[in-house]
Each structure stands twice: as C-alpha cells, then as structure tokens.
Design a protein around this ligand. Structure first.
Ligand SMILES: [Zn+2]
Length: 102
C-alpha cells in the first residue's frame, strides 16, 4: 500500500515531536508540539500529522487518538487494526465497492 505522503501540503504545523517511549502504533500519526527548548510539550495536546488538528489526549491514553483516526482517517484507523484475529474486520476495511442500493 502507499505510504503516507503529504504531497506538499502547506498545513504542516511547525515541527511535531514524536512522543517519547511510545508503544502504540497510533502515535506514528500524531506528534507533540515542540517547546522553545526543543523538547516535547506534554500538556495533553496532541497534533494529528495527517490533518494537523489538535486532539486532546492525556498522557499515554490513545483512545482519543484512535477515535480521531476513526472519525477522520478511516483507512488509517483500519490499517492500524491488524487483521490478525478476525477476517471480518479486515473486510470492513477493504474499499467498499460502490453498491447501488435502491
Ligand atoms: Zn487527523
């Protein structure tokens, strides 16, 4: 699949610092604002690297981040959910072929 490449979008917000010591994959799509001293500002504000929106996330809590991906970047959210267990889930992530519903 294609990698995420912001094709010259001008929305990039300053520099975002990756959250140190992250375990969750979801963090690859989010960053923390960089403070004046170059370290991450960890005040609960997280910025989406995809749309530069601010998402509030208490430290270590990724549920808001996942919710943001789910609501705004559905495909990404789906990709995060590795279809290790359920095939049904994977199918849901597949691009739906347009169906004509009458
Ligand atoms: Zn976003």
């Amino acid at each position: 699949m294609a990698t995420i490449n912001s094709g010259g979008a001008s929305t990039s917000r300053e520099e975002l610092v990756s959250k140190p010591g992250t375990k969750s994959e979801v963090w690859q799509y989010f960053g923390l604002a960089k403070g004046p001293d170059g370290t991450a500002v960890n005040d609960g504000a997280v910025y989406c690297k995809l749309c530069a929106k601010k998402v509030t996330a208490k430290s270590g809590n990724t549920s808001n981040l996942k919710a943001h991906l789910k609501n705004n970047h559905k495909m990404i959210h789906c990709q995060l959910q590795k279809p290790s267990a359920t095939v049904a889930k994977e199918n849901r992530c597949r691009r739906r072929s347009p169906q004509i519903m009458v």
